[in-house]
Design a protein around this ligand. Sequence first.
Ligand code: DX5
Ligand code: ZN
Length: 234
Amino acid sequence: MKLSDFPKGEILVSPSLLAADFGKLNEQIAEVTAAGAEMLHLDVMDGALVPNISFGAPVIKPLRKNSSLFFDVHLMIEHPLRYARMFREAGADLETFHIECADDIDATIAAIHGLGAQVGISMKPATPAEAVFPYLDKIDMVLVMTVEPGFGGQSFMAHQMPKVAAFRKEIDRRGLDVRLQVDGGVDENTVKECAAYGADIMVAGTAVFRHPEGMATAVARLKSAKELFGSKVQ
Ligand code: DX5
Ligand code: ZN
């Protein structure tokens, strides 16, 4: 599966499994699939690039057998190049790594593409968009963090919106087929800002898996931000 399989102009929803009940992952994934999500966001943390440890390839692999969702793997790890193959073999459709990692960026992009997966680059809130601009025409997605990576359930950083707009403008100016994802504190309210500033893939953990009115309502509300798309990008 490729990002280009999804219709252009749609807001895609990628629920973060970090907020699911880890005691029944397959059931939770079935529920979020029925709710209309296109993707599953899988947060891999190594306790080095970020101050927390989550799960790795051995957890992802059995989930792949039971799901046909697009697997959007967010590698918050120091050495994505070293582990690119492991996550591809576990079922990643897309591997997003951090520009702050210790590995060579071009080599990491080439390795992931060479494995047949798509490539995303993410950055922490303090890292400017310009750090990623040199790689934009070589990748498939940009991920702007709207919290400090490491934990689910944090508050949305609205001050990251100019960065989202900067990417939207640069992607459109160059005419690139690059999707723009936001991650952290995205819910039915903050999603409006994200869409207005030009993001088109919304990662949401708490706001989907723990929505009081259920996952289908959560996904539908996130998608309804479509009508605001790009309205704040000058
Ligand atoms: C944070 C992760 C996020 C997180 C989002 O480091 O990258 O994907 O799970 O969780 P919420 O949506 O609860 O902020
Ligand atoms: Zn994430």
